[in-house]
Design a protein around this ligand. Structure first.
Ligand SMILES: [Zn+2]
Length: 160
């Protein structure tokens, strides 16, 4: 699915969700949805606020953003990630995401879709899957190299 189609469908889902839950369909809410769907990857609320002000020239209060993001989470259009003490959010319609998280420096990378997640998903019975995300924990290449160098130095010292 291309991004325009994804955003269009996300708008439709959100419209339906707001109607069903008797929430007002304000231009602010849709501007926030569209801003989120134009951002690739995870973002923090502050980054979203900046994006809305600078790129979309749209001024909204922090409360409206929080409120709308909560609605979007409930509508299954946005996911919330907790990385330690940092709260991040991400669009989730039309994408199945696999992330790697470095347990040392906290670097998060998207590695796209792995067959593994598809296999797990297809093996779940009696469950209607709407979206999924998978987290793989380990060390990023930079932290892994640092660790390897440190180990090598320790071995050298032992030999001497
Ligand atoms: Zn790292």
């Amino acid at each position: 699915m291309d991004n325009t189609k994804i955003a269009e469908t996300a708008n439709r889902i959100f419209t339906e969700y707001l109607k069903e839950n008797k929430c007002r369909r304000t231009p602010e809410r849709f501007a926030i949805l569209n801003a989120i769907y134009s951002i690739n990857g995870c973002f923090e609320i502050e980054e979203l606020l900046k994006h809305l002000e600078q790129k979309e020239k749209f001024r909204v209060s922090r409360a409206t953003v929080y409120n709308t993001v909560t609605l979007l989470i409930n509508a299954n259009l946005v996911v919330h990630h907790q990385f330690g003490s940092v709260s991040k959010y991400e669009k989730c319609y039309g994408s199945a995401k696999t992330h790697t998280i470095c347990t040392k420096c906290g670097k998060v990378s998207e590695v796209g879709n792995l067959d593994l997640t598809e296999t797990i998903a297809s093996n779940i019975k009696k469950f209607h899957l709407t979206h999924h995300s998978l987290y793989l924990y380990g060390l990023c290449s930079k932290c892994h190299q640092t660790l390897k160098r440190r180990k090598a130095r320790m071995i050298k010292k032992d030999i001497k």
